[in-house]
Design a protein around this ligand. Sequence first.
Ligand code: ZN
Length: 337
Amino acid sequence: MKAIFDPRQLDHAPEAYFRRGATMPHPEQPRRAILIRDMLAENGFPIEPPRDHGLDPIRAVHDPDYVNFLQDAHARFRADVGEGPLAIPTAHPGPRRGQRPKDIHGQMGWWLTDTSTELTAGTWDAIYWSAQSAIEAATRVAGGERAVYALSRPPGHHAMAAAANGFCFFNNACIAAHHLTQRFGKVALLDIDVHTGNGSLDILWDRNDIFYASLHADPAVYPTFYLGHADETGTGTCRNIVLPLGADQDMVLEALDGALAQIRNFGAEALVVSLGFDMAADDPLAAVQVHADGFAEMARRIAGLGLPLVLVQEGGYLGPSLAVNAQAFLTACRDVL
Ligand SMILES: [Zn+2]
C-alpha cells in the first residue's frame, strides 16, 4: 500500500487555538504529519508525492468563490494589518442573510466559521497539496490500485462546501469520494474520526450516490455540537452513529460493525475512509477509549469489506501514541490486502 504526501503540506503553521475560553497552542501542527511520515518510512510504506490535478476536482465540491478567497486571503490580511496579528476572524455573519462582503475582514468572518482556521503564509500551499494528495490516492484507486493512503494534512472533514471549520479548509475525503464517482456508481465514505464530520454531512446531505457513515462522540456534549445527531440522515444516505463520551473499544468496534453492514447494504463499489486517530484514549482531544490493538482491529474489519479503498488522514493530535496508532492501523490494513 502506497502513501501520498507532499512536504508543502507542512507549510500551514497556526499558532493559537481558543477552547473553552482559554488560549492554547494550536493542536493541528505540522509535526503530526512528520511523525506519521517517518513511521511510514520506517515500516516500508512507499511515499510518493501527488501529481497536480488542478483546482477542478476541488471546485467540484467547494464553492468557487470560497476557493478564490482562500487563495489570497492571507496576503490581503497582511496587506491591511501588517505583520504580527494572527489572521483569525473576529466578526461572523450569524444567519447568512445579506451580501457576501468585499472587505477582507468581512470575508474572513464569512468564509471561516470559527477561530480554529487561522490563516498563515503557507496555508494555501498546504491545503492545496493536502487536497491533491487525496485526489492522487482516489485517482490511483480508480485506476485499479487496491488501496492507497493519503497523508492529508491539514485535515478536511469539518470543511463545508462554502466554509472552513474545525482546523479544516478543503474537505479532502469528500473531494476523493466525488472523484471516485467518476469511476464507480456507488461510493461510501466512512468517518472514524472522533468528531462529527459536519463538513462532510453538509456536502453530502443531498447526494444519493455517496453513502456517508460516521462514528463520533455525542455532539450534544462534544464538538462539533451542531450536527451529527442520529436522526440527521440528509436525504437518506447519511448515518450518524453516536458514541457516548468515554465509550470503550468494544463499543466502538460494535458501532463500526453496524456502519460496515450499512455500507454493504448500500451496495458500495468503493470506500473512502476519513481516518482520524483522535479516538485514541490518550489523544489531547480524547473522548473515547481506543488503543493500538483496537485501531488494528478496525483496519482489519474495514479492509475485510474487500472494496477498493482510499484512506484519507483526518484528526489525531500530538498525544504519545499518534504514530503507534497510525502504524497499528496501516500495517494491519496492509496485511489484509
Ligand atoms: Zn477529530
